[in-house]
Design a protein around this ligand. Structure first.
Ligand code: SAM
Length: 409
């Protein structure tokens, strides 16, 4: 038996004691004991609990790997995430105001990927256990929306007809305005009988759309997402902000930064989460590398009423970032890159003089790196707002408000 005191939480949300020794599901200040396996404490008993410790709200928390922080109070998790952002900026020497975290409510995730497998007795559907291949059924999950809880029944039916006994299906279920939008990866190869059986599943569960390893099985109704005044039909499995609350929060912050700018570029634009609402007041140039997402945004814009010009283009911004002469005509830039950040594009923005930049990020480390580049080239980071769409995980998103130093607030 080993007894340790937890100093801090690590990047994955585990408690960390001197060593380092990792103790999952513990909190700073707690005295805990357990069996040391490598650098991880197992079979943990809490000797002295933290005042931030609470009973997990979900009955599956003990075995499910989907959440890491349900044993901590909401205030603690919000402060932990704010601190991740502040620490990353401090490490890069970037000074700013870090606002308090905005957190999405329980049961608000509108997309989830369930694991589904055929078994001797039938099927097994759920999330993976912590760092394991085990599938844990989560019929009372409090993270995802009620429609997605029902999505597990759909995944069971799909696994029954279309999973081999060897492979695990990944069933991505998204809530849309018209019902569930389901995209499956890892299924049996399609043949005529499987197609018929899957089409029957689509009907029986009244799915809006069913996609099987990139092939459309059925679309009873086009599964659309609202983006401002526009309704967009995203390609199956396309990126979408994880909660409607998060999307609205991010959009509100982006709008606060962009203000009454007349010409805006939206970089890494997806299907138009920011471009389409911004086109209600500004001329927008949107860039995204996936052509199907660009086409979805363009179609949404064409069908919506009263929007200003939106030019959506397919472009790889890692290889071909917007250059200073292209940036010169803009009043503001919105940038929302993948986890690796946007070093190449930020290097060009640093050479240009766009008055306002709204940087949306899902990785505080790459954000802080890019923030330093901008701040070293004449930008001020007025504030950063952490946004928590991934409740009870260690993941955090944020929006940063940059302006050219000589511009007034
Ligand atoms: C974090 S998502 C943001 C999407 C969008 N802003 C939204 O909120 O829905 C990042 C987007 O960048 C796109 N992307 C990834 N690599 C890219 C690249 N090299 N050039 C342009 N877009 C890229 C992805 O397809 C994805 O749509």
């Amino acid at each position: 038996m080993k007894t340790v005191t937890i100093d801090r939480l690590g990047q994955q949300g585990d408690g960390v004691a001197v060593g380092p020794i990792y103790a999952p599901r513990t909190l700073p200040g707690e005295v805990v004991n357990g069996t040391l396996v490598g650098d991880e404490l197992t079979e943990i008993r809490i000797e002295t609990p933290s005042s931030h410790r609470i009973a997990a709200g979900c009955p599956h928390y003990r075995s499910c790997g989907g959440c890491q922080l349900q044993h901590a109070s909401m205030d603690f998790v919000a402060a932990f995430k704010r601190d991740i952002v502040a620490t990353a900026l401090h490490f890069q020497g970037v000074e700013t105001v870090v606002r308090d975290t905005l957190t999405s409510p329980d049961q608000s995730r509108r997309r989830a990927s369930f694991a589904a497998r055929r078994t001797k007795k039938g099927t097994l559907v759920g999330f993976h256990g912590r760092r394991s291949d085990t599938i844990v059924p989560v019929p009372s999950c409090i993270l995802v929306s009620p429609e997605l809880v029902f999505g597990q029944e759909v995944a069971e039916s799909l696994a029954l007809v279309g999973a081999s006994r060897k492979a695990t299906l990944t069933v991505t279920v998204t809530s849309s305005l018209e019902g569930l939008d389901v995209a499956v990866k890892g299924g049996k190869p399609l043949d005529a009988p499987l197609r018929i059986a899957l089409a029957a599943c689509c009907e029986e569960h009244r799915l809006a759309r069913l996609d099987w390893d990139g092939e459309l099985i059925g679309m009873r109704q086009a599964p659309t997402q609202r983006m401002g005044r526009a309704q967009v039909l995203p390609p199956p499995g396309a990126f979408l902000q994880a909660t409607a609350h998060g999307q609205n929060a991010l959009l509100g912050l982006v709008t606060e930064i962009v203000g009454d700018s007349k010409t805006v570029a939206d970089l890494f634009a997806g299907c138009g989460t920011f471009s389409l609402p911004l086109a209600e007041q500004a001329e927008v140039f949107a860039y995204e590398s996936v052509p199907e997402m660009v086409a979805a945004m363009d179609a949404g814009w064409r069908q919506a009423r009263g929007l200003k010009k939106l030019v959506a283009q397919t472009r790889d911004l890692f290889r071909r970032p917007l250059m200073p002469d292209e940036l010169a005509r803009l009043d503001a830039v919105v940038i929302d890159p993948p986890r690796s950040g946007a070093a190449a594009q930020i290097a060009e923005l640093a050479k240009a003089s766009v008055p306002q930049i709204a940087y949306v990020s899902c990785n505080p480390q790459t954000f802080a790196r890019d923030a330093k580049t901008l701040c070293d080239s004449g930008y001020v980071l007025d504030w950063v707002q952490p946004v928590d769409q991934f409740r009870w995980s260690s993941h955090v998103e944020l929006v940063g408000a940059f302006r050219l130093a000589h511009m007034s607030v």
